[in-house]
Design a protein around this ligand. Sequence first.
Ligand code: MN
Ligand code: MN
Length: 311
Amino acid sequence: MDLNNFIFYGQNTIVDSLECYRQAGKIASSIREMTKKKDYIGKTLGEICEETEKEIQIRGGFPAFPVNVSLNEIAAHYTAEPNDQKTVKDGDVLKIDIGVHIDGYIADTAATICYNNDYHSLVKASENALNEGLKIAKNKSKSSDIGKAIENSIIKSGFIPIKNLSGHSLERYTIHAGKSIPNINSIGSFLLEADQAYAIEPFVTLKNGIGIVHEGKIANIFAVISRKPTKNRELDNFLNEIWNRFKSLPFALRWLMDKYDEKNARILLDNLKKKKNIHAYPILVEGKDMMVAQSEHTIIPRETFTEVITS
Ligand code: MN
Ligand code: MN
């Protein structure tokens, strides 16, 4: 057994953790609503990420992952590259996915900002599907029933779900904690538990898409998956540095630019990837390059009702 793969944190009570979740949720939702009111046309993705992440800190939270700014056919996992000059254009559909944590307790929420009249109904379909999923999501409800409600709602709107993207359970300092909340009526199923956090996040595309995402070439989001020493002093120092800053949470290449130059950081990250100390998350692109919309909330089912902590 490799003990370096195990990560220990101090214990908190359920009451403490709920308060942290609520605080994180409040910050995440206020920032999501702020981004929806902005006019990002002409702004660079770099500016949008940096501004949004700064706002998380101003409001008393910590980014749980780099802000995702995925445009058009990119469904998820695009964050700005260092000095990213790509701009938002009139006609774009921009998914902003925001993660805020307080003491490791994460609120995960996303909205789609639509600068194209042809796709307002696509965005609306993802919002409606999320609402239908939320109606079902309770203590002891079946995950497949949530998927079924989401899928039915999307089909009824005249679109199709992305089948291989799903919501997920959340644990302290862990965003994808092992359980998946499907966006389709899937075979495997589990019962939601009280006082456990889950993200629900339908992704919707056009009928002439495949409804599946593939990995793209760009990967600017990374996370430490093992602290096992590498036998290389420079790599070990780099690994310790990123662990001390981000623990097991995802980080962006641009977050390292204060201390490393881009070329060197990429080489170090590449080597740590080869040694399986870190994981890189490539962008996820719709299989036929069709437009994608996403909506997301984090919930905590309680015994008798469900708290939508990012509402
Ligand atoms: Mn998210
Ligand atoms: Mn999520």
